[in-house]
Design a binder for this molecule. Structure first.
Ligand SMILES: *Cc1c(COP(=O)(O)O)cnc(C)c1O
Length: 371
């Protein structure tokens, strides 16, 4: 018997998450994983260097187990949107994927389903499969309007809602979330990975809804995907549950120092978030000028439905555009596995120059024989 056959049956048939490609050679225009095109605050590198002072002597020691200084800073930041928020409402994770995993480990199993919409962040079903749990899915229609009644009536123990949604970029209004929260009996987890690019977020609702959990990341707007820090905002009783389940030292010293420096440099991030939004809106206008439908994006990516030279659209057209861009070292994503996403391309917002290269390459695709 080969040793992998000793793995549990549900692990043996597990479909692992497929992350976006991370090419190691240079020369790519990388618009595929919604990273920030600008560097993090210069205070981040200073803070990491400080943590490494004296040839890294501090690295002998375990990090702060609860990431307490970071919890305090996160609470202070969001207390402006929800004044009752304290450190007891905050849990820090090794990326927000860690927080999502903790939520599923603590709240979901075979007879306590994890709910989510289709499409949404494709990591959720993988995390549920790892725990041998059960999923409940609710399909969007092409309008991508939130199916409020169906979510409110869901019997899931925890329902994961991505807002702004992935991969569409469409954000859901607090008024609609409140309609869900008014009758949904489980935990409503709002994954706000892209909220810094949106006009509204659910933080002000935390004071009134003890079953609301908000998940944030520093990977996108804060340009720190490589440092792996995310956090949850929730009722202190939910935070206590997450603290029981997580690794006792789940966030490294360097990550805690980097994240703390980043979230306290609000002026810097207001600047780069503003630039990303301006580039996004300019690029969406460019797609509209081509006659391509694009969902209204409140994120740092664009979900657009390409048309070929004959004005046709559909999965084959999207694949043709994707392949042409790939062959010309412009990396984006497309999601052929769902009928609502297959005719679309998901393009992370890069610098103005990168978006110019994208646009010129799409012009070349339209002139190519395959389009
Ligand atoms: C990128 C992303 C995450 C993952 O964030 P990390 O903090 O890097 O783990 C979580 N949720 C959604 C919807 C995302 O797009």
């Amino acid at each position: 018997m080969s040793p992998d056959q000793l793995a549990l049956p549900h692990i043996a048939k597990l479909h692992a998450y497929t992350p976006g490609l991370q090419p190691t050679e240079s020369g790519w225009v990388k618009l595929n994983t919604n990273e920030c095109p600008y560097p993090p605050s210069p205070r981040v590198a200073d803070a990491v260097r400080e943590e490494l002072a004296g040839d890294g002597a501090a690295l002998r020691l375990y990090p702060n187990p609860k990431s307490s200084p970071l919890r305090a800073a996160v609470a202070k930041l969001h207390a402006r949107e929800c004044p009752s928020l304290t450190e007891a409402h905050v849990c820090i994770g090794n990326g927000s994927d860690d927080i999502l995993n903790l939520l599923i480990r603590a709240f979901c199993t075979q007879d306590a389903a994890a709910g989510f919409t289709l499409p949404s962040y494709s990591l959720y079903p993988v995390l549920v499969e790892i725990q041998d749990g059960r999923t409940q899915t609710i399909e969007f229609d092409r309008s991508m309007a939130l199916p409020v009644e169906r979510i409110a009536a869901s019997t899931a123990r925890a329902f994961f809602l991505t807002s702004p949604n992935a991969p569409t970029g469409v954000a859901f209004r607090n008024a609609d979330l409140e309609r869900v929260l008014a009758s949904f009996k489980g935990l409503l987890v709002v994954d706000e990975a892209y909220a810094p690019f949106a006009t509204e977020n659910a933080v002000p609702l935390l004071a009134r809804y003890p079953n609301l959990v908000i998940v944030r990341t520093l990977s996108k707007a804060h340009a720190l995907a490589g440092i792996r820090v995310g956090y949850s905002l929730s009722h202190p009783a939910v935070t206590a549950v997450l603290d029981r389940v997580r690794d006792s030292y789940n966030v490294s010293r360097l990550s805690q120092a980097a994240a703390l420096a980043a979230i306290t440099d609000e002026a810097y991030y207001a600047g780069i978030i503003g630039r990303v939004k301006a580039t996004r809106d300019h690029s969406i206008a460019g797609f509209a000028a081509r006659g391509w439908f694009t969902y209204p994006s409140q994120s740092n990516f664009i979900f657009t439905e390409p048309r070929n030279a004959r004005g046709e659209r559909g999965p084959a057209v999207a694949k043709s555009a994707y392949d042409f861009l790939y062959a010309h070292k412009v990396l984006i994503r497309y999601f052929p596995s769902h009928a609502l996403t297959a005719p679309f391309l998901r393009i992370s917002v890069g610098t103005d120059r990168e978006m110019q290269v994208l646009s010129e390459t799409l012009d070349a695709w339209l002139k190519s024989p395959n389009a």
